[in-house]
Design a protein around this ligand. Sequence first.
Ligand SMILES: [Ca+2]
Ligand SMILES: [Ca+2]
Length: 202
Amino acid sequence: MRRRVFFIILVLSFGCSSKPKQDFPKIHKASEGNTVEIDGRLTEAAWQKANSTQITVREDWTIDISYFQDDQNLYFAFSNLKLNDSTEIYPEVLIDTKNDKSLTWDENDWWFHTSYSNCENQAKFNDYSTCEIGQKEGWIGNNFPLEIGQSVEIKIEKKLLDLSEGDLIGIAFDVTDTQKEWFFSRPEAKLEEPATWMTIKI
Ligand SMILES: [Ca+2]
Ligand SMILES: [Ca+2]
């Protein structure tokens, strides 16, 4: 009788622990030999197979976002950032490299901002003290001014973020005027709260 009860408890506890494994979307991986010139022109074949999403700024203004990876880097492209000569908006990529979904920023949460220069920080967003034009340590984006029709391409080295094949990361995309407005690809995403970012597999 005791053995039977033990067996039932064993079966029940096994049943509870074998929840279906959640399958997260994987960032498309480009084949080897791919090179992307960070010039704001999405002429490289790899962009054709990239993942994509959008940000709605206004009813008549939508930003297209594409992203993919290769062995060494993550690549992001934001298109339609410049609406006309007096209206433009600036892209940001937020990455929680450990996907630990905290309610406030920690040391493994990164902010990448590209506008007239490139700015980034760990554990801190909106830090414009780090901005420099062009290549930064471990990443680059082509800077404004943009011609109408030109995109922003961003390349981030995986080693900067200490990422390996199979890692899960939290990620969010936004565009901002840097003063008052931030628009996200998913309505639930918040700049201040990594827990609200999307989970994706490297
Ligand atoms: Ca290019
Ligand atoms: Ca984190």
